[in-house]
Design a protein around this ligand. Structure first.
Ligand code: PEP
Ligand code: MG
Length: 590
């Protein structure tokens, strides 16, 4: 092979295809001055580009209307109206008349509009900034002939390995997923949401490549290995053959693991560990149900919203939740209320914030928008009439938030009762422990029986405890769930939960990785919620260890001064118990 780019394996699987670059970012525009006699032609070039951009938007709108419905397509109507704005057109024309080239004139005008909108007092106006950005990129790609800036061109090449800086929701909705066999991004980490989404879509993916969009030209033949994080460029015939062989071996190993699906997750000393699945999209429910999972430990409902222009209404949400509940035929299904914000924004977004992960996110946003929240709560209570639904609140830091949510939940139940709509009232309410505040003060949630269960979200718990951005590829080696502070917070949460008689689950990515699952069982966790593909693997770990051994390993890890020492303590013991488990390698990194 000519070259090998190494990033973070984010979604397993091997794909062979052609690299297609997509630069969905505003390009640098040189300040080009034109002669007086060029002005009329330049004016025409600008008007032609605007026409072409509008034509493209109309085509995308029709396609999205068919694939996702009219509400989703509405976003492109907004973008069309931006291009039709006479002030914008006049502003650009005036600049061209002052001898500025069309692309630069358009660039100046769009930068100014974006700044004006971003400063607006009304959130409704600020929400439009991302539409302006999309229009800015689209217009410049046409005026500067930048083919790699056009999402709609991706569909023209079959077996596309899509290489892009980051996969934003506004980009995702425009892509024709049928031609894409794998995704590679410069940004992101295993726990960032592009990685989670790729796993849900079952697309092999590598994130955190940092410079792939600079190093590649597009059109290269490549192999993407989503387990090892290797993107092999221009592979030789024998490289392709050996990857095909690896893919065959992986398929055999997966088949073997699948056979475990019907077996119980019980340790060699007879302790049952409940293994549930994380479900991000309702379409995943059947796969998750056949994985051997004993229910759903986390359904991320915000994936119903990502990539969309509008919030789904009560009926649509009810149908989505009911679909998951019915796929699990009576087994518990823990559904988390919207965790929107951070890096999970709908198209059009909410106002950009300087610190989105410390900002208006998750339960904070829901409590501040009670109508939006009530709609979701009603849909959840209605879905609960069809099975064992439990409601979970994300990013809780104080009991006040739980009480406010409880009041809204009671209100939603009353509304349904008044309307005579079938629903269940007594749905258990749990909180996610994903901040140091929630873990340290976990006892405050248990006093008045406000909370019925805990679920530890280690992706955020690690991020907030260690002050390490979970999505920053430069910080991957510092994102260490085995850091003593994280292990102590998990241990504390388990102790508080146990003494109050509450179930304590772990639903972050940590639970899906063999070495970490071993540590968690040793810390006393008896419920793990993992990606559907990891259920069998974690079951294999559970069946191969004893609680006594896991406890000894966890104690050693807790006493270790660093994450690396903790890893070694755990590794040594797990390898003794399960020497043959080659698949462990994936989970050996801290
Ligand atoms: C977590 O933070 O660990 C978690 C499960 O939630 P999310 O990854 O969706 O933030
Ligand atoms: Mg979280």
């Amino acid at each position: 092979m000519k070259r090998k780019l190494v990033g973070i394996g984010a979604s397993p699987g091997i794909a062979v295809g052609t690299v297609q670059l997509l630069r969905w970012e505003v390009p640098d525009v040189p300040h080009r001055i034109i002669a007086d006699e060029q002005i009329p032609a330049e004016q025409q070039r600008f008007l032609d580009a605007i026409e072409k951009a509008k034509e493209r938007l109309r085509q995308i709108k029709v396609r999205v209307e068919k694939s996702a419905g009219p509400q989703e397509a509405a976003i492109f109507e907004v973008q069309l109206s931006i291009l039709e704005d006479p002030d914008l057109v006049r502003g650009v024309q005036e600049l061209i008349n002052q001898n500025i080239a069309a692309e630069r004139a358009f660039d100046i005008q769009m930068i100014e509009s974006r700044q004006r909108f971003a400063r607006a007092a009304s959130p409704m106006v600020r929400e439009r900034v991302s539409d302006l950005t999309d229009v800015h990129i689209r217009g410049l790609s046409l005026l500067m002939d930048l083919h790699d800036h056009a999402p709609e061109d991706v569909r023209k090449v079959p077996n596309t390995i899509l290489v892009t800086h980051d996969l934003t929701p506004s980009l995702t909705v425009q892509l024709d997923r049928k031609s894409i066999v794998a995704i590679a991004t410069d940004a992101g980490t295993r726990t960032s949401h592009v990685a989670i989404l790729a796993r849900s879509l079952n697309l092999p993916a590598i994130v955190g490549l940092r410079t792939a969009t600079d190093e590649l030209k597009g059109g290269e033949h490549a192999i993407l290995d989503g387990s090892t994080g290797v993107l092999a460029i221009e592979p030789s015939h024998s490289d392709v053959e050996s990857y095909r062989e690896r893919a065959r071996q992986e398929a055999v190993a997966e088949e073997e693991l699948r056979r475990l699906a019907s077996l119980e997750a019980i340790t060699s000393d007879g302790v049952h560990v409940t293994l549930r699945a994380n479900v991000d999209l309702p379409e995943e429910a059947d796969l998750a149900a056949s994985s051997g999972a004993e229910g759903v430990g986390l359904m991320r409902t915000e994936f119903l919203v990502l990539g969309r222009a509008t919030m789904p209404d009560e009926e649509e949400q009810y149908r989505a939740y009911r679909r998951v509940v019915e796929a699990f035929g009576g087994k518990p299904v823990v559904i988390r209320t919207f965790d929107i914000g951070g890096d999970k924004l709908p198209v059009g977004g909410f106002p950009t914030e300087p610190n989105p992960f410390l900002g208006w996110r998750a339960i904070r946003m829901c409590l501040d928008q009670p109508d939006l929240f009530r709609t979701q709560l009603r849909a959840l209570l209605r879905a609960a009439a069809h099975g064992d639904v439990r409601i979970m609140l994300p990013l809780v830091v104080t009991l006040d938030e739980v009480r406010q949510a409880r009041a809204l939940l009671d209100g939603a139940a009353r509304q349904l009762e008044q309307r005579g709509i079938p629903a269940r009232r007594d749905v258990p309410l749990g909180v996610m422990i994903e901040t140091p505040a929630a873990a340290v003060a976990a006892d405050t949630f248990t006093r008045d029986h406000d909370v019925q269960f805990f679920s530890i979200g280690t992706n955020d718990l690690v991020q907030y405890t260690l002050a390490v951005d979970r999505g920053n590829a430069n910080l991957t080696s510092r994102f260490t769930p085995l850091h003593p502070a994280v292990l102590r917070l998990i241990q504390r949460t388990v102790q508080v939960g146990d003494s109050a008689g509450l179930e304590v689950a772990v639903c972050g990515e940590m639970a899906s990785q063999p070495l970490m699952a071993f540590a968690l069982i040793g810390l006393g966790v008896r419920q793990l919620s993992v990606s559907p593909r990891s259920v069998s693997l974690v079951k294999r770990i559970v069946r191969g260890i004893s609680v006594a051994m896991a406890e000894e390993a966890a104690t050693a890890a807790l006493n270790a001064p660093t994450a690396e020492r903790a890893r070694r303590e755990l590794h040594m013991r797990l390898q003794t118990a399960l020497p043959e488990l080659g698949l462990l390698e994936e989970g050996l990194t801290v």
